[in-house]
Design a binder for this molecule. Structure first.
Ligand SMILES: [Zn+2]
Length: 84
């Protein structure tokens, strides 16, 4: 059973830092929240078609551990910041 990867939508201003990716995983989001900028320390893995269970695809940037965990369909959009 694959672990859910929570993603957060980026503001337009931030997309410039992510090679146009529109969403980032939980861990990158937390780092961004804490430091105010995107760090590549946790990894920088763009997925053009990260897919959710319902088939929706997202252009998402994952950290190294999320990139490893990713399976088709295990991405979920976070409505609110989710702290793990
Ligand atoms: Zn992650």
């Amino acid at each position: 059973m694959a672990q859910t990867i929570w993603i957060h939508r980026l503001s337009d201003a931030k997309k410039a830092d992510t090679d146009g990716m529109e969403y980032i995983c939980e861990h990158l989001f937390q780092a961004l929240t804490q430091t105010g900028q995107l760090t590549k320390a946790k990894g920088f893995n763009p997925f053009q078609n990260a897919s959710a269970k319902d088939g929706t695809t997202y252009r998402a940037l994952f950290c190294d551990s999320c990139a490893k965990n990713y399976n088709n369909g295990n991405v979920r959009m976070a409505k609110e910041p989710v702290l793990v």
